[in-house]
Design a protein around this ligand. Structure first.
Ligand SMILES: [Zn+2]
Length: 142
């Protein structure tokens, strides 16, 4: 076998995530030798997709067929201490943005919405911070 994945017992992440044509053709050759015959193009496409899943599962980079690569796995839940820290960080960020956002500048004075792009962005960030806290169920107390 001349395939890179098979010659290297510890493939790098990129090669583990994407099987080469060499691997694909080698596996199809094994299937043919074991009596399996090629299906139509649609089924070959599915088989190639599953072969990618097989390679990533074999390499420990994926948990199940069709599942996300390990790099995209859901991170473990936050501990209570981490949630407290994140809540405090969001509170600090909210205080900063609110203080900054409510002090108008000369650009705000000439803006038709009485809010310049920079100060408008402050209020957008405030909405994102509070949305993140709400989505994560984190209490933000200033
Ligand atoms: Zn402004």
């Amino acid at each position: 076998m001349t395939d890179k994945v098979q010659n290297n017992p510890e493939p790098d992440a990129a090669s583990a995530l994407r099987p080469t044509w060499g691997l694909i053709l080698a596996v199809f050759d094994v299937l043919e030798k074991h009596g399996y015959r090629r299906g139509d193009d649609q089924h070959i496409g599915r088989a190639i997709g599953l072969l990618g899943d097989l390679a990533r599962i074999y390499a420990g980079e994926q948990e199940q067929p069709g599942g996300p690569p390990a790099a995209l796995r859901t991170p473990p839940p936050l501990t209570a201490a981490q949630r407290d820290t994140l809540g405090q960080a969001l509170a600090d960020a909210l205080i900063y943005r609110e203080r900054k956002g409510y002090v108008k500048c000369p650009d705000c004075d000439v803006s038709p919405t009485s809010l310049c792009a920079g100060h408008g962005a402050d209020f957008d960030r405030i909405e994102r911070y509070t949305g993140l806290a709400r989505d994560l169920g984190i209490e933000v107390t200033a």
